[in-house]
Design a binder for this molecule. Structure first.
Ligand code: ZN
Length: 281
């Protein structure tokens, strides 16, 4: 039996999408990416659903992309959903990496950001690298007081995760510090900087997230959809979409450099050293 990597549940007008690999801190493999996509699609299609909550089972929201669990599946083919890039499997070098990351990382995140219903992300514990991408495609973030955020991929020679929203989410100088150090940013600091909506006690996270979801669910569906589109369009007019495209090129330059000069497209620290550095920060 394959593990159920994402759970879908409906509570009245709220769809709850829960990442379910708690033993691996909800590390995102491709199976999870496609299961998330299916869940978001289902929530979009269901007329009874007004608001979507995205959560992670267990102690942590997400440790990021799967770079070392037994369920890592980077070499597996899936029917593509985010765009028309060809399958990365059976391709070499940058052609494989660019096709794969255009689909499962940048493409999927953009697709989810456009879900025409409000998405509230409920974050506890670690929200690292690829975890940030999921938090950032949401419209609102409710975090518990033990939540923290980090993008430590500069340690692997990569200038930030694929969905490069950093300088739009936070002031550019803070974004540089966040990336240069790879340090954890506590939820309270993210709240101060204006990119987390609420910080609540860990025990209250679920109740507070649902209270907010239910208030929003009382609004008319189209009003919510158009409001979301209005703000997203404003962000894109501020250069977010074009900026991300240009940085995606730099990201792939870094992968290619790593592949050319070391054993892997992730340079610098291996997953074990990354974990030690993260535990120390
Ligand atoms: Zn990448």
């Amino acid at each position: 039996m394959p593990e159920d990597v994402v759970n879908y549940e409906r509570r009245g007008p709220v769809a709850v999408v829960t990442m379910n690999r708690p033993d691996f801190r909800n590390a995102q493999n491709s199976a999870m990416t496609y299961a998330l996509d299916e869940a978001f699609y289902r929530a979009a299609e269901d007329d009874e659903v007004k608001v979507v909550v995205l959560a992670g089972a267990g102690k942590h929201f997400s440790a990021g992309h799967d770079i070392g669990t037994p369920g890592r599946d980077v070499d597996r083919s899936f029917p593509r959903k985010a765009g028309l890039w060809w399958d990365h499997v059976g391709k070499a070098g940058a052609e494989s990496r660019f096709a794969r990351e255009s689909e499962v990382y940048l493409g999927m995140c953009r697709r989810w950001r456009e879900l025409p219903k409000p998405v509230i992300v409920s974050v506890q514990g670690a929200c690292i690298a690829g975890g940030l991408m999921l938090a950032w495609v949401g419209d609102l973030i409710v975090a518990s007081d033990d939540a923290f955020f980090a993008d430590p991929v500069v340690r692997m020679g990569i200038p930030g995760v694929e969905y490069f929203a950093h300088p739009w989410v936070m002031p550019p100088r803070i974004a540089k510090e966040f990336l240069y150090t790879g340090d954890r940013m506590p939820a309270s600091r993210a709240y101060e900087l204006g990119w987390v909506n609420r910080v609540v006690a860990r025990a209250d996270l679920e109740a507070e997230t649902f209270a907010l979801a239910e208030r929003i669910a009382a609004m008319p569906r189209l009003g919510l959809a158009l409001t979301k589109k209005a703000v997203n369009q404003a962000e894109d007019l501020q250069g977010m979409r074009a900026g991300m495209d240009s940085v995606f090129g730099l990201h792939h330059l870094a992968h290619a450099h790593n592949a050319e000069t070391s054993a892997d497209s992730l340079g610098g620290m291996d997953p074990k050293k990354m974990k030690e550095a993260a535990d120390g920060s």
